[in-house]
Every structure is written in structure tokens, then in C-alpha cells.
Design a protein around this ligand. Structure first.
Ligand SMILES: C[S@@+](CC[C@H](N)C(=O)[O-])C[C@H]1O[C@@H](n2cnc3c(N)ncnc32)[C@H](O)[C@@H]1O
Length: 232
């Protein structure tokens, strides 16, 4: 098949896969893996990438824009929920990047803040904050085993970069204290991120959700609890 035709073929398959949730069908997981491989080969901005790619992107300042004013409102929406579900004040930030969320949140205070990110380049910028209550470490969110239990676990524009996002979400939910919640921020211009969120909502209970928009961009901030947890 000529390269352009092949590209358009896979683009359509990808669109159908996310629009109709084809992963649920027989052989759906095979299709999901094939779409994932194709996305990675194409370097899609919203699908899993290798550690080296993230390191290179943080190294050349590719992600510096998220600290700018136009992303501010979505951070404060997340922080509002982090504060509302504060409990004992123990937070886990999966895919914390170079700490834009932490830098805005920290003034509110916390008992424990743990951040992990696949990118060593990003994490290195945060390790100066490490102390007896704060711990930033390089780690792969797909396999990371949280240490202890948390009141709030945040996936701030990071869940859809995991290879098994919803499986991981369910695994992290087991590291919540009773009454704890997971906060997921989702960029709505991405088919993959919306499909991941849709599936996540079938496995966990939605407690609340807010939408923030800025020009043509918007983000959903969703608060989830394990399906068997009460809503309080
Ligand atoms: C769009 S950035 C968001 C960064 C940060 N949460 C923020 O909004 O300020 C996505 C982040 O997810 C991280 N990431 C991607 N795949 C990951 C994985 N498998 N495990 C942990 N972090 C990952 C990236 O390194 C990057 O920092």
C-alpha cells in the first residue's frame, strides 16, 4: 500500500477505535495494540512515548508553555479539587512533569507530596524540594507501586500517556485512603484522552467534573472514586 494511503487508512482505524470503543470487541485488544504501535511510530502527541523522547522534550523546553497564563485556569481547577478532598493531606502526582502543579499547590500546605515522572530531566528540576514530606523521583507510571496510601492521586494530563491507562488507574485506586479520590485532567482536543476518560468512567465513579476552556482549547477535570466507595 502506498505510504499516504496507509497513513490515511490507519488514521481512520484510529478514529474508529477511539470513537466506538472498539477495544471492547473480540480481537479489540489486538486492534488496540496495533493502533498503539502505529501512534508511537507516527509520534502522536497524545500517546505513550519512550523515556528518551520525554527527556529530549523537557531538555529542549518543549513543555515550558504549560507554565504560561493560558493554562493557569485548568491548574487552579485541579488545585481546588485537591484542596476539597484534602483529608490528611497526602498527595500523589503521577506524571508530575517539572512541577508546575506542585509549584502552585505547595503554598496551601500538605502532609506528604509524592511526584513521579518518567522523565529524569523533568524530575531533576524538582529534587531540590525533596525533604521528609516531599519526594520527587523518576518512575514509570505504568508499573510504579505507590508507597502507602493517599488522600488524592492526580493524573494531570498524564493518564493517556500510559500504555494501560485504565488498568493503571484501577491499580492506583487501591492506594487511596478510605474517602480518597483520583483527579484526572484531560485535554479534550485529543481523541485518545477522551476515549481513556470514557473508559475510566465505566470503571470508577464520577464524583464531580469541571470544564475549563481557553480559546479553542479545553480541559476536563474529573474527580473519580473507586466504584465501591461512598460519594461523601
Ligand atoms: C503533558 S505533560 C504534563 C506534565 C504535568 N503533569 C503538568 O501538567 O504540569 C505529561 C507528563 O507525563 C509524563 N509521563 C509520560 N509517560 C509517563 C509514564 N509512563 N510514567 C510517568 N510519567 C509519564 C511526561 O514525562 C510528562 O511530564
Amino acid at each position: 500500500m502506498p505510504a499516504t494511503l496507509k497513513y490515511h487508512f490507519w488514521r481512520r482505524v484510529r478514529a474508529a477505535h477511539y470513537a466506538f470503543g472498539l477495544a471492547r470487541l473480540p480481537f479489540g485488544r489486538v486492534l488496540e495494540r496495533a493502533v498503539g504501535q502505529w501512534e508511537r511510530a507516527q509520534g502522536f502527541g497524545d500517546s505513550p512515548k519512550e523515556k528518551a523522547t520525554w527527556d529530549a522534550e523537557y531538555g529542549d523546553g518543549r513543555w515550558a508553555y504549560i507554565a504560561q497564563l493560558h493554562e493557569n485556569s485548568r491548574y487552579w481547577t485541579i488545585i481546588g479539587y485537591m484542596d476539597a478532598f484534602r483529608g490528611g493531606g497526602e498527595y500523589l502526582d503521577v506524571g508530575c512533569g517539572d512541577g508546575v502543579l506542585f509549584s502552585r499547590f505547595k503554598a496551601l500546605g500538605y502532609q506528604r507530596y509524592v511526584g513521579i515522572d518518567i522523565s529524569e530531566v523533568a524530575i531533576r528540576q524538582l529534587q531540590c524540594h525533596n525533604d521528609d514530606r516531599t519526594h520527587f523521583a523518576q518512575g514509570d507510571g505504568d508499573v510504579h507501586e505507590p508507597d502507602g496510601l493517599f488522600d488524592v492521586i492526580v493524573f494531570n494530563e498524564s493518564l493517556y500517556y500510559l500504555k494501560d491507562p485504565v488498568g493503571s488507574l484501577e491499580r492506583y485506586a487501591r492506594s487511596l485512603k478510605p474517602g480518597g479520590c483520583i483527579i484526572v485532567s484531560t485535554y479534550t482536543n485529543s481523541r485518545r484522552s477522551l476515549a481513556v476518560l470514557r473508559e475510566a468512567k465505566t470503571k470508577l465513579t464520577v464524583v464531580d467534573e469541571a470544564k475549563t476552556s481557553q480559546g479553542s482549547m479545553s480541559w476536563l477535570c474529573t474527580v473519580l472514586k473507586p466504584a465501591n466507595a461512598g460519594m461523601a
